[in-house]
Design a protein around this ligand. Structure first.
Ligand SMILES: Cc1cc2nc3c(=O)[nH]c(=O)nc-3n(C[C@H](O)[C@H](O)[C@H](O)COP(=O)(O)OP(=O)(O)OC[C@H]3O[C@@H](n4cnc5c(N)ncnc54)[C@H](O)[C@@H]3O)c2cc1C
Length: 352
């Protein structure tokens, strides 16, 4: 008889696990609380290891075709002077694959199309009281995971980092990936498909702060005096695409990603700061790794233990590194030594 997994959450983590398990004969049911899959959202940076995970699903080539690449990467100061280059060519030399920027809705669409419609139960929110009984219960329900709080308690939860994020797109082509840092705020740009620019920005703020004049006005007030590249993006803002939300990470780190026959992956397991552009990539890798272990081992308990052993260390180390970079970006005084440290880190990193 075929084996069965119940998956909570149809983000990249849950869909990846579902596709890989189902392709090898498992019965899967994915419960997603939203009635429709998101058509909004900006670009995700996909690192080479995430592309390898998509290759495992047989979707790598289609994902590559959806993505665009950058020819240049750099960290800048608000006046446009360079703090440090990001050696994109080094990433490609090392891995055989460039960084790719893929629209989040397009990636979710690609993953969803790989599943028959009867697998996906949209508008099916799972609550702590009615977690489904399953041979394996996969909690892929994101930052505010119900599965996580049910298994591990409210101590492990999404905590506000003290920063707010804006993101969106601009009607302007770019071939560069840039991040500009100044006194606690940052503004990033990447290429986007369709000849557009994907941008994101963050600044310290109270959790509930919103701009009464609208978020495009808040962005222009805060970043309008920065260098020409940012002003050009702000001039061509697609105002309807501007999203604003608080930035949260999971804290403290979980002691395990497994409890009994239940397992956590993606942001449910390790929601991290977006500074390294890795949370979605790790969610894809989690999905493929977990499914691979379940396919390769006779006992579910052994497979879940192997998944925990392979994924918890690396993802929690990445979450710590992403938090460290966020704290560097948040420095408001003594930015010169901070910039020197960033330059050094870029020389030593895989991108340097
Ligand atoms: C500003 C910003 C920029 C980022 N940029 C990048 C980047 O460039 N590259 C990158 O790799 N990562 C990036 N990330 C991180 C990335 O977005 C996340 O790590 C990734 O989306 C996590 O995927 P997931 O499937 O674990 O969770 P999610 O995408 O959050 O999916 C969880 C799903 O579960 C559903 N759900 C929740 N609760 C329930 C419930 N009770 N019942 C049923 N369904 C439920 C939700 O509706 C959702 O569809 C960024 C994050 C932010 C905030």
């Amino acid at each position: 008889m075929s084996r069965h997994a119940t998956i909570i959450g149809a983000g990249v983590a849950g869909l990846t696990a579902a596709i890989h398990l189902r392709a090898h004969g498992w019965r899967v049911a994915v419960h997603e609380r939203e009635p429709n899959l998101s058509v909004n959202g900006t670009a995700l940076t996909l690192w080479p290891a995430a592309m390898a995970a998509l290759d495992t699903l047989g979707l790598g080539e289609r994902a590559r075709a959806l993505g665009v690449t950058a020819v240049r990467g750099e960290y800048l100061r608000a006046d446009g002077s360079r703090i440090a280059p990001v050696d994109l060519a080094a990433i490609e030399r090392k891995t055989g694959e460039p960084l790719r920027f893929v629209s989040r809705p397009a990636l979710l669409g690609l993953l969803t199309e790989a599943l028959p419609s009867d697998v996906l139960h949209l508008g099916s929110a799972v609550s702590a009281r009615d977690l489904p009984a399953a041979e394996v219960l996969i909690g892929a329900d994101g930052l505010r995971s119900t599965v996580r709080s049910t298994l591990f308690g409210a101590r492990f939860r999404a905590r506000y980092t003290g920063s707010t994020v804006w993101r969106g797109s601009a009607d302007r082509a770019t071939t560069a990936m840039t991040e500009t840092w100044s006194e606690g705020c940052l503004f990033g740009t990447t290429p986007q498909d369709g000849g557009r620019t994907n941008w994101y920005a963050s600044a310290p703020a109270l959790e509930t702060d919103r701009c009464p004049d609208g978020e495009p006005a808040a962005l222009r007030a805060r970043f309008g005096g920065w260098h020409d590249g940012i002003r050009a993006v702000l001039d061509e803002l697609d105002e309807g695409s501007v999203l604003r939300h608080g930035l949260y990470t999971l804290a403290p780190p979980l002691p395990s990603y497994v409890r009994g026959n239940a397992v956590l992956l993606g942001d449910a397991a390790h929601a991290m700061s977006p500074t390294l552009g890795r949370g979605g990539c790790e969610a894809l890798i989690d999905g493929v790794t977990l499914a691979g272990e379940l396919l390769g081992r006779a006992r579910i308990a052994d497979a879940l233990a192997a998944y925990d052993a392979r994924r918890r260390g690396p993802t929690q180390r990445l979450a710590r590194a992403a938090g460290l970079v966020a704290r560097m970006a948040e420095v408001r005084r003594h930015t010169a030594p901070r910039d020197t440290a960033l330059k050094l880190a870029m020389r030593l990193s895989p991108a340097g």
